[in-house]
Design a protein around this ligand. Structure first.
Ligand SMILES: [Zn+2]
Ligand SMILES: [Zn+2]
Length: 879
C-alpha cells in the first residue's frame, strides 16, 4: 500500500465514484443554506438534505462530494486528546432513489481494497443485527467469512432521528495492529481502544418511522455514506492520529517551530500544539466562507476558535501575532481541494490579524485583572469566582467567559455560572430599554457614527443607473464589519454610487449590488452626515468584502417611475400658482415610484373646476414634450433667473436649477425625466386640508394613471353587473331602481297597517267594564312595539274613554303596552303602575307615565296571565 497524501486520497475518491456514474460536486459552504436548524455544516449529508427529502431535485441521482465540516460539540476536548478536532473533511457517495445496498457495499470494498490497496485481511464489516440482506452481500458476494462480519444493535448500526426516514448502516473497521490495542484478551471490533478504527459508514435509508417505531418501507431508498478523510489518511499513512497525517502535520510542525518546541516531549505543550493546529484550520475555512468574528451564532464560534488559539500561543510562549502565518500553511495544504482559500488569502490574513490584535489588547488587561481576582479568592479561601466579577471581566474588559472558565479550571477554580447568567440577563434587559434610536431597518443608528469621517460618497446617478465602484465600509446591524454574508442585514458604502438617497421628498432608490462573490439587495438608500450614502438591505447570495469591486445597479423601473412623479410635482406647483394665485407655496412633498404628494399653502378647499383646470394644465405641458434641462449655478445667480426655491430652506453655494421649457424653473437636487412627454399622463386622486391653510394633493403619473383608470373601469363593470345593467346605462338603471324602491316602500307600509288591523280582528268584543271604566286587554299575534302603540291609539279612539292593554310576541320577544285616557285616569287608572304590576309575568320589567307605558319581556307563555292580571289591577286602581 502506498502512503497516499490527503490531497491524493481526496482526488482518488472523487474520481473513483465519478467512474461509477456519480456527479462530483464542489464542497458546499460551511454556512448552511436555507437551514436554520444548523449553525455550521457538520457532515457530507447536511447540505444535501433537500435532495433527500425531495424538496429539491438533485442535479444527478448519483452524487459524490468531499465536504468541509466543522463540529464544535467536543471543543473542550480538542487538544486534550489526539482523537478530537473541530475541522475535518468528509468523503461521501450518495444515491437519491438510484442504486442501493448491493452497489454501495461492492464499491466500498472495491475502493478500500483495490483503489487504496488496504489489506483485506485487516478489514472487518459490521451490519445491523436484523439486516440479513447486507450480511449476505458481505458474506456471499464479497466473500468475507461469517465470523469476520459483526452484527451490532440499534445503538451502533441504525440511523434515525425520531420520526422520518431512517435505516440500518454498515461500517467498515480497520485493524491497526496490536501496538494500538489495549491488550485485553477480548479486544476486538467495537472495543473502545484505538486498534479497530471505523473508517467507513454506509447508511441505507430504507424505512420511514411514523414516530411510534412503526416502520414502513420507503418508496425511494437512499444511500448516504461518510468517511473521514483525515482518518482514512492516518490509516493509509500508518500514523498515530489525524495530527500526524501529511497536511496536518506540516501545520503542527510549523506551530512547534514558532514555539521552539518538539511534539510529544511535553504533554502540556502537546495540548496547546494540537489545539492551535486544529483551530486555525477551522478558522481559516470559516473566514474563506465569509464568516466574521462576532459575538453571536457562528460568528461567535469563529471568535472563540481564534481567541483560544491565540491564547494557547501565549501559553507556548509564541511571541507576536502568528495566526495569519499559520493560516498560510493551512491554505498551502488545502488549496488543491478548496481553491477559494487561495483566492481569499489576503482577506483571511487580514481578518485573523485584526481579531488577534483585538484579542491581545483585551487579554493583557483581562489577565492582570483576573490575576488580582485569583489572589483575592485565595485570600478569602473561596474556589468560585462570583458571577458579578465574571460578568465584569466579560462586559467591561471584553474578556471571553470561556477563557475565564478555562484559565480558572487549570488552577482548580471555577466560576458561578448561575450568577454570571443572571448578570448577563440583567444587562440584556437594560440594553433593550436603552436602545431607542434605531432606523427602520433595525440597525443601531450609532453604528454609522463609527465610520471614519473621511469616508464620503459621490452621487453619479443623475445620468447613470449602473456603476462600478469600490466598497469602502460595511456594517451589520450592530457593528462595522470586514464582510457581509448570505442572510445578513446590513449597510454598504462605496466611493461612487448611482443610487439616489432619500432627500428633498424623493424616496431613495432600490436595486442590487453585486461582486464576483456575492449579491446584496438594496431596499433603501439613505443619506448620512458627512456626505455618506448608505445602501441598506440584505445579503441574498455569497459574501461581500471591504475593498471589493462592486457593480451597483439601480432598479430601472422604480427609478423611472420616481422621476416621472418628481418632474410632475414641478409642473403641478407651477400649475397651482397659475390657477390659484401666487400665494401658493410648496410646504412639503413626497415622491415615490407609486405616487406623488404635494403640500401647499391655500386657504380653502379647491373646487372641482379648479382641480380640473390644474390637471388639464399639467397634462398640456406633458403633451408639449418640454425638454428638462439641469444647470448647476451659484445660488445668487439662480435666484436671479426666477427659479422657485423653498422658503426657509438652506441651500448650498452651488445649486441645481431644473427647468422644463419656459413653464417651470425650480431649485432641485432630485432626479428627473429628460422630457416632460415621458410622464405620459397626470391624474389628481385627492385634495384635502392637512393643517390650517395647508392643502395636500395626491396624484399619479404614467402607468399609475392607467392602472388607476383600469381599476375604476373594473369597479364600474362590477357595479353594472350587480345592477344587471351595462356601464353605459348604469345611471338610468339606478334611477329606475330607486323609483321602484320608493313605490315598494309605500306599498309595504300600507300592507303593514292592514295586517295590524287584521290582527286586531274582533278584539272590540273583549271590552269589559270594571268599576265604570272600559278595559280592553288583549293578546295579538306577531305585532312589534311600534305596531302595538299604533293600534293602542286606534282602539283608544274607538273606546272613547277607557284603558287599553295589549301584549304580543315576535320571535320570542314580548312587547307589552298600556294606555289610559284622561277620563280613565281621573277615575284612578294609571298605565305606568299597571305595566309595572304585570310585566313580571312576561319575564320583563318596565313602566311609564299615567297615560302611556310599555315593557319588554322574554316569556311569551306569560302573556295570557298578564292580560288576566291586568283586569285585577285595574279593578284595584279604580276602586
Ligand atoms: Zn481494545
Ligand atoms: Zn424637485
Amino acid at each position: 500500500m502506498k502512503p497516499y497524501g490527503v490531497n491524493e486520497l481526496r482526488k482518488m475518491f472523487l474520481e473513483f465514484f465519478e467512474s461509477k456514474g456519480h456527479l462530483a460536486m464542489k464542497s458546499f459552504s460551511l454556512i448552511p443554506h436555507n437551514d436554520k436548524s444548523l449553525l455550521l455544516i457538520n457532515s457530507g449529508m447536511a447540505p444535501l438534505k433537500p435532495y433527500f427529502t425531495g424538496a429539491e431535485i438533485p442535479p444527478r441521482r448519483r452524487v459524490t462530494t468531499c465536504q468541509k465540516c466543522i463540529r464544535t460539540g467536543d471543543i473542550e476536548n480538542v487538544g486534550k486528546t489526539a482523537r478530537h478536532g473541530t475541522f475535518f473533511e468528509m468523503l461521501g457517495n450518495f444515491s437519491f432513489g438510484d442504486y442501493f445496498k448491493r452497489e454501495a457495499i461492492h464499491w466500498t470494498w472495491e475502493f478500500l481494497t483495490e483503489a487504496v490497496g488496504l489489506d483485506p485481511d485487516r478489514l472487518y464489516p459490521s451490519v445491523y443485527l436484523e439486516d440479513d440482506e447486507a450480511f449476505d452481500i458481505w458474506n456471499k458476494e464479497i466473500g468475507i467469512p461469517a465470523e469476520r462480519i459483526f452484527r451490532f444493535g440499534k445503538e451502533d448500526n441504525f440511523w434515525e432521528h425520531g420520526a422520518g426516514p431512517c435505516g440500518p448502516c454498515s461500517e467498515v473497521y480497520y485493524d491497526r495492529g496490536e501496538r494500538y490495542g489495549c491488550g485485553r484478551p477480548d479486544c476486538t471490533v467495537g472495543c473502545d481502544c484505538d486498534r479497530y478504527m471505523e473508517i467507513w459508514n454506509d447508511v441505507f435509508t430504507q424505512f420511514d418511522n411514523d414516530g411510534n417505531n412503526h416502520y414502513t418501507e420507503l418508496e425511494q431508498k437512499n444511500i448516504d455514506t461518510g468517511m473521514g478523510l483525515e482518518r482514512l489518511a492516518s490509516v493509509v499513512q500508518d500514523v498515530d492520529s489525524i495530527f500526524d497525517v501529511d497536511t496536518v502535520r506540516a501545520l503542527r510542525d510549523k506551530v512547534c517551530g514558532f514555539a521552539h518546541a518538539e511534539y510529544k516531549k511535553d504533554e502540556n505543550k502537546d495540548v496547546s500544539i494540537r489545539l492551535i493546529t486544529d483551530h486555525i484550520r477551522s478558522a481559516t475555512f470559516m473566514i474563506s466562507d465569509g464568516i466574521m468574528p462576532t459575538n453571536e451564532g457562528r460568528g461567535y464560534v469563529l471568535r472563540r476558535l481564534i481567541r483560544r488559539a491565540a491564547r494557547h500561543g501565549r501559553l507556548l510562549g509564541i511571541e507576536g501575532k502568528f495566526l495569519a502565518r499559520l493560516s498560510e500553511t493551512v491554505i498551502e495544504g488545502s488549496k488543491d481541494g478548496y481553491p477559494e482559500l487561495e483566492e481569499k488569502k489576503s482577506f483571511i490574513f487580514k481578518v485573523l490579524t485584526q481579531e488577534e490584535e483585538k484579542f491581545n489588547k483585551t487579554i493583557d488587561q483581562g489577565l492582570s485583572i483576573l490575576a488580582d481576582l485569583e489572589a483575592q479568592m485565595q485570600k478569602e479561601g473561596t474556589k468560585v469566582l462570583s458571577g458579578e466579577n465574571t460578568f465584569k471581566l466579560y462586559d467591561t474588559y471584553g474578556f471571553p467567559v470561556d477563557l475565564t472558565r478555562e484559565i480558572l479550571e487549570e488552577k482548580g477554580f471555577s466560576i458561578d455560572e448561575e450568577g454570571f447568567k443572571a448578570a448577563m440577563e440583567e444587562q440584556r434587559v437594560k440594553a433593550r430599554e436603552a436602545r431607542a434610536v434605531t432606523n427602520y431597518m433595525g440597525a443601531d443608528a450609532t453604528v454609522y457614527d463609527e465610520i471614519d469621517a473621511n469616508v464620503t460618497t459621490e452621487f453619479v446617478g443623475y445620468d447613470k443607473l449602473s456603476y462600478e465602484s469600490k466598497i469602502t465600509v460595511l456594517a451589520t446591524e450592530s457593528e462595522l464589519a470586514e464582510a457581509l454574508t448570505e442572510g445578513e442585514n446590513g449597510t454598504i458604502f462605496v466611493e461612487k454610487t448611482p443610487f439616489y438617497a432619500t432627500m428633498g421628498g424623493q424616496q431613495g432608490d432600490t436595486g442590487v449590488i453585486r461582486t464576483a462573490d456575492g449579491e446584496f439587495e438594496v431596499r433603501d438608500t439613505i443619506k448620512l452626515l458627512g456626505g455618506k450614502v448608505g445602501h441598506v438591505g440584505r445579503m441574498t447570495k455569497g459574501m461581500l468584502k471591504v475593498s471589493d469591486a462592486a457593480v451597483l445597479e439601480v432598479c430601472d423601473k422604480g427609478r423611472t417611475a420616481t422621476c416621472k412623479n418628481h418632474s410632475a410635482t414641478h409642473l403641478l406647483q407651477k400649475a397651482l400658482k397659475t390657477v390659484l394665485g401666487s400665494h401658493v407655496e410648496q410646504k412639503g412633498s413626497l415622491v415615490t415610484p407609486d405616487r406623488l404628494r404635494f403640500d401647499f399653502s391655500h386657504f380653502e378647499a379647491m373646487t372641482a373646476d379648479e382641480l380640473e383646470k390644474v390637471e388639464a394644465l399639467v397634462n398640456e405641458e406633458i403633451k408639449a414634450s418640454l425638454p428638462v434641462v439641469t444647470e448647476v449655478m451659484n445660488l445668487e445667480e439662480a435666484k436671479k433667473t426666477g427659479a422657485m426655491a423653498l422658503f426657509g430652506e438652506k441651500y448650498e453655494e452651488d445649486v441645481r436649477v431644473v427647468s422644463m421649457g419656459d413653464f417651470s424653473k425650480e431649485l432641485c437636487g432630485g432626479t428627473h425625466v429628460a422630457n416632460t412627454g415621458v410622464i405620459t399622463a397626470f391624474k389628481i386622486v385627492s385634495e384635502a386640508g392637512i393643517a390650517a391653510g395647508v392643502r395636500r394633493i395626491e396624484a399619479l403619473t404614467g402607468d399609475g394613471v392607467f392602472a388607476y383608470y383600469r381599476e375604476l373601469e373594473q369597479k364600474l363593470s362590477e357595479a353594472a353587473r350587480a345592477a344587471k345593467a351595462t356601464p353605459a346605462n348604469l345611471t338610468e338603471k339606478i334611477e329606475h331602481l330607486q323609483a321602484e324602491i320608493k313605490e315598494l316602500r309605500s306599498e309595504n307600509d300600507a300592507l303593514k297597517s292592514k295586517l295590524a288591523k287584521d290582527a286586531l280582528g274582533d278584539v272590540m268584543d273583549q271590552v269589559k267594564e270594571i268599576g265604570g271604566v272600559k278595559l280592553l286587554a288583549a293578546k295579538l299575534e306577531n305585532v312589534d312595539m311600534n305596531g302595538l302603540r299604533e293600534l293602542g291609539d286606534q282602539l283608544k279612539e274607538k273606546l272613547g274613554e277607557g284603558i287599553v292593554v295589549l301584549a304580543s310576541a315576535v320571535d320570542g320577544k314580548v312587547s307589552l303596552m298600556a294606555t289610559a285616557t284622561d277620563g280613565a285616569q281621573k277615575k284612578g287608572a294609571h298605565a305606568g303602575n299597571l305595566i309595572k304590576a304585570v310585566a313580571g309575568l312576561v319575564g320583563g320589567g318596565g313602566g311609564g307615565r299615567p297615560g302611556m307605558a310599555q315593557a319588554g319581556g322574554k316569556n311569551p307563555d306569560g302573556m295570557d296571565a298578564a292580560i288576566k292580571k291586568a283586569a285585577e289591577v285595574v279593578a284595584e286602581q279604580v276602586k
